[in-house]
Design a protein around this ligand. Structure first.
Ligand code: PLP
Length: 374
């Protein structure tokens, strides 16, 4: 049975060249980057070259890139230190952020009694910028946390505009860019943004490594203590092989960005065209012009079919998702769709199909055949 992986917003296949790079580092460059002997210096050099390479792709300076164990850690660190150390008194976010942001903010609200405001989300899943401007008219010291590309519905935030609005209103801006880094051009010199988060496994790198972009002189302090690594901001021996793999993955992503984007976009249009033929009553959740790697659809299936849909596709070797991976085993409706859909539509099956350049038209044909047989 041919297996079909269309769940690339959950995680991606590691690129073979990334595996090669990581295997080399694991077997040959095993020194501790903090050691002063040649083994350590060699590892340190790999680490710093990786940092430079990542910074260059995003037009940041190397010192602004701090390696972490994942996107979740980086989000936790930035939000917590902003409240604890930068004395942020208020966070503005949306109800469709990733749980790594929502639950962190909820916990900070309980612990530090900060003010939390949720910006309105339009029915198409876009952030209501007018509401954001209204919310920012208060004087309180504020951080705005809004993701670039939504991981469930693929709506895209105008980060340039939001950055300028935050600057005008003296608010800090944090953006979870886990779904967009490696998949679209990001120029951190021209954007007005203080903190960005990325995760390697979303762009064909390894799991268990990510990074934070922290603008120079931000004043952020570490989450935990015990070493001088990452300028003391993130102590712990660096996972050199993971970091080298992440840097290689990002290099490959940006090297092939334009061709892969065109290819993936075409796959997405191909799927939409096929769905229009086979399930004419289907709907797209979110914006019609959402990000090219993600399509979230509402299918006109009866209640009895709804419960079994993922299971049925899985039996055919087809992997898609109902929402974010962390929730896909749960029976609760997605918190993102709950913000946008009517109660009636929430009962119908919604599927998130997310693409990578490893997918083919045959994968799409098999998915559509799979859906037809339900
Ligand atoms: N933020 C977004 C938007 C995500 O899609 C994910 C992954 O699901 C995360 C954060 C968490 O990243 P990580 O798996 O590296 O902790």
């Amino acid at each position: 049975m041919k297996k079909v992986y269309l769940d690339n917003a959950s995680t991606t296949q590691v690129h073979p060249e990334v595996i090669q790079e990581m295997t080399k580092v694991l077997s040959e460059d095993y020194g501790n980057p903090s050691s002063t002997h040649s083994f350590g210096r060699n590892a340190k050099s790999i680490l710093e070259l990786s940092r430079k390479s990542i910074a260059k792709k995003l037009n940041a300076s190397a010192q602004e890139i701090i390696f972490t164990s994942c996107g979740t850690e980086a989000n936790n660190w930035i939000l917590r230190s902003a409240v604890r150390d930068l004395k942020i008194k208020r966070i503005i976010l949306s109800k469709i952020e990733h749980h790594a942001v929502i639950q962190t903010v909820e916990s900070l609200q309980k612990e530090f009694n900060i003010q939390v405001d949720y910006v309105l989300v339009k029915p198409n899943g876009e952030i209501d910028i007018t509401d954001l401007v209204d919310l920012l008219s208060q004087e309180t010291k504020t951080l705005v946390s809004l993701m670039h590309v939504n991981n469930e519905i693929g709506t895209v935030l105008d980060i340039d505009k939001v950055g300028r609005i935050c600057l005008q209103n003296n608010a800090l801006f944090h953006s979870d860019m886990v779904q967009s880094i490696g998949k679209t051009e990001i120029d951190l010199q021209t954007l007005s943004i203080d903190f960005v988060v990325a995760s390697a496994h979303k762009f064909h790198g390894p799991k268990g490594v990510g990074f934070a972009y922290v603008k120079k002189n931000s004043g952020l302090q570490p989450l935990f203590f015990g070493g001088e690594q990452e300028k003391g901001l993130r102590p712990g021996t660096e996972a050199v092989h993971q970091i080298a793999g992440m840097a290689r993955a990002l290099e490959l992503s940006y090297m092939n960005l334009e061709t892969e984007r065109i290819y993936i976009q075409e796959l997405k249009y191909y799927l939409i065209a096929k769905l229009e033929v086979e399930f004419s009553a289907f709907e797209i959740n979110g914006n019609q012009d959402g990000f090219y790697t993600i399509l979230n659809i509402l299918l006109p299936f009866s209640d009895d079919k709804t419960a079994m849909i993922l299971f049925h596709l899985d039996m055919k070797g087809i992997a898609v998702s109902r929402g974010s991976a962390c929730q896909s085993g749960s029976v609760k409706p997605s918190h993102v769709l709950a913000e946008m859909l009517s109660n009636e539509d929430l009962k119908k099956p919604s599927l998130r199909i997310s693409f990578s350049h490893f997918n083919t038209k045959e994968d799409i044909d098999l998915l559509v055949e799979g859906l037809k047989s339900i």
